[in-house]
Write a protein that binds this ligand. Structure first.
Ligand SMILES: [Zn+2]
Ligand SMILES: [Zn+2]
Length: 50
């Protein structure tokens, strides 16, 4: 996990952000009985031309 990684629960919407890096490749945090999904910290959103 890298600092800034965000985990989001798809059921209730709970979001957890990684504050400190660790050596693990991934973590399975359980929320609402289901593993939380990793969300990209920096969404590659392209600004629309206008
Ligand atoms: Zn949840
Ligand atoms: Zn870890």
């Amino acid at each position: 996990m890298k600092k800034g990684d965000k985990l989001v629960c798809g059921l209730c919407g709970l979001a957890v952000t990684v504050c400190d890096e660790c050596g693990c490749e991934t973590h399975e945090l359980i929320c609402c009985g289901e593993p939380m999904k990793l969300k990209k910290a920096k969404p590659a959103k392209k600004p629309k031309k206008r």
